[in-house]
Design a protein around this ligand. Sequence first.
Ligand SMILES: Nc1nc2c(ncn2[C@@H]2O[C@H](COP(=O)(O)OP(=O)(O)O)[C@@H](O)[C@H]2O)c(=O)[nH]1
Ligand SMILES: [Mg+2]
Length: 149
Amino acid sequence: MGKTTFVGSVSETEPITVETTTDVGRISLHQDVVLYLFGTSDPSQAGFAGTLGAVVLVDPRRVEDAFATINYFENSSEVPFIVAINKFDGELHHELDELREALALGPGVPLTTCDARDSESAVYTLQKLVAHTMNVGGSDHGSPPEVPG
Ligand SMILES: Nc1nc2c(ncn2[C@@H]2O[C@H](COP(=O)(O)OP(=O)(O)O)[C@@H](O)[C@H]2O)c(=O)[nH]1
Ligand SMILES: [Mg+2]
């Protein structure tokens, strides 16, 4: 829960909802570099090839709703992902350690919290995802290229 809200918080366009379940948003990082955001409850659906990474939003009141999605990213996908507990009523309800255990997250999966309504919080969550994506890519494919200059 919170996907449409999250995409709306960071997108420079109103999220466009396609096929009732997927929100599409956009962030221009540079005049030539556009990041597309997809909010969906079915990450296995076709059309996400080339995805840089995923944020799994978890409603702390209904942690079990996230099991299938996390299982998918842990076992059936190469896409780097992080898990963000969406603090719906400003509360976590459980310690992060307990949530990590309840969600059976591998030790390499970053776990964070966010407020999907707050654009700073949503941007911060995306920054964590990008950092994780670069980290995972770095260990899999050798050192990142050196930046000249
Ligand atoms: N209090 C609170 N409400 C939220 C938050 N994120 C989403 N909501 C509300 O929860 C409802 C469902 O959110 P939505 O983004 O549509 O979830 P989706 O089904 O995953 O797209 C909406 O009424 C939102 O306003 C949050 O971080 N805090
Ligand atoms: Mg939605």
